[in-house]
Design a protein. Structure first.
Length: 397
């Protein structure tokens, strides 16, 4: 995989895939972290003499046709503000409007194409659509780590049309691949994996593959209840994925066979469903592993947070993905915040992925204390499962 520094970009038009799939609220960019994460690559391209930059991204989930609320205009405006330079826009991502706008770019100028998912050819990885995109630049750079696990036209179709010397990785994509790859290759021991969030099924793959490499697994959040159920514990009305109980039991057996300790919650904060702010006011502490019938576990309790914190403090490497409780509700954020603080305070090499975990760090203003914050949820999990990401493979060879 060629790095940015190895590509000839001078006097070239660079077609760059970015992940500007940012959250919107009221038609405005609600969080520009993904835009900021790509700035170093954008600046590095524009620093090359005579380089012109054409950016492409998807935004939201349009059904292969234009959707007014998902136009790239507001994203381009925010990019212009954080970049401190004008950003042009085009009415489409392919065809005459895009081609004219790209051709009119001067040295050091930036063009943001319209949402690539306004065309069905993007997700279908249609060859003709990819060729229309490829026309817009002479060199292709992919900095969209968050989209690298998708085999779409803008991530795979375009680079497949180009020779090796005309395509490469942006700085963000390169850093993600190196950081997460490094976790698989040479983690400092003890390697502690902390997982939470709602679904066992979305994380069982990564748990299985990392089992060979980790020294301890700490499980919190809603998914912990499926694991507790797999051990035969009563979990009351807590979230439980029936289909995942068996896989969870198998994982616990495999961990026991390898002598990898799996820590599950030992105490909880619990409430009567439905879990909303009214339920939060009547939440109760459950100072035992088992949860009474009508209650649902909504956060790890203080004893669990303490036990998790001790493991994290003595780790050499910590990988954390997923909240310890229902963090959408203030009162159920304590466990996640305690884990966030423990990860930051740990002398270990720390890597955090997943929107809710990163949001907890941001809310506490301690995100800078993490060695690597991954920008790609699905992509980082697939990479850690040991799978080859199509968007990365397309840059190689
Ligand atoms: P994920 O996308 O799998 O990382 O899951 C994040 C979601 O897990 C958030 O929306 C949380 O509200 C949810 N979650 C965390 N802990 C619990 C819990 N104990 N019960 C129900 N949902 C939870």
């Amino acid at each position: 995989m060629r790095t940015l520094g190895e590509l000839e970009l001078r006097e070239r038009t660079v077609l760059m895939r970015v992940d500007f799939n940012v959250p919107l609220a009221g038609g405005q960019v609600a969080d520009d972290a993904r835009i900021r994460a790509t700035l170093p690559t954008i600046r590095a391209v524009l620093d090359r003499r005579g380089a012109r930059l054409v950016l492409m991204s998807h935004l939201g989930r349009p059904s292969g046709a234009p959707e007014a609320g998902l136009r790239m205009g507001t994203v381009a405006q925010r990019l212009a503000a954080v970049l401190g330079a004008p950003v042009r826009t085009a009415a489409d991502c392919v065809g005459p409007s895009a081609e004219t706008a790209a051709a009119q770019l001067g040295a050091g100028e930036v063009l943001m194409l319209e949402n690539v998912r306004f065309h069905p050819g993007e997700q279908a990885n249609d060859g003709r659509f990819a060729a229309r995109l490829a026309k817009l630049g002479q060199v292709y750079v992919n900095d969209a780590f968050g989209a690298a696990h998708r085999a779409h036209a803008s991530t795979v179709g375009v680079p497949a049309l180009l020779p090796a010397h005309a395509k490469g990785a942006g700085l963000l994509l390169q850093r993600e691949v190196e950081e997460l790859g490094g976790l698989l290759a040479r983690p400092a021991a003890p390697f502690v994996l902390v997982v939470g969030g709602a679904k066992v099924s979305s994380k069982i793959g990564v748990l299985r593959s990392l089992l060979e490499r980790v020294d301890a697994i700490l499980i919190g959040g809603g998914m912990a209840y499926t694991f507790l159920a797999a051990q035969g514990a009563a979990v009351g009305a807590s979230l439980k994925e029936e289909d995942a109980v068996r896989p969870a039991a198998q994982l616990l057996d495999a961990a026991a066979a390898r002598r990898v300790p799996v820590l599950l919650p030992d105490d909880h904060l619990a409430a009567i469903p439905p879990i909303d702010t009214a339920a939060a006011r009547r939440a109760v502490a459950v100072a035992a592993r088992e949860i009474p019938d009508r209650l649902a576990g909504v956060d790890i309790g203080p004893r669990t947070a303490c036990a998790f914190g001790e493991r994290i403090a003595s780790a050499g490497t910590v990988l954390w993905n997923g909240p310890m409780g229902v963090t959408e509700i203030d009162r159920f954020r304590g466990g996640t915040q305690a884990v966030a603080q423990a990860v930051v305070d740990s002398p270990a090499h720390t890597v955090v992925g997943g929107g809710d975990s990163v949001a907890a760090l941001q809310a506490l203003g301690i995100v800078a204390g993490i060695d690597h914050v991954s920008t790609g949820g699905g992509a980082s999990l697939e990479l850690l499962e040991g799978r080859t990401l199509p968007g990365v493979a397309a840059l190689c060879g």
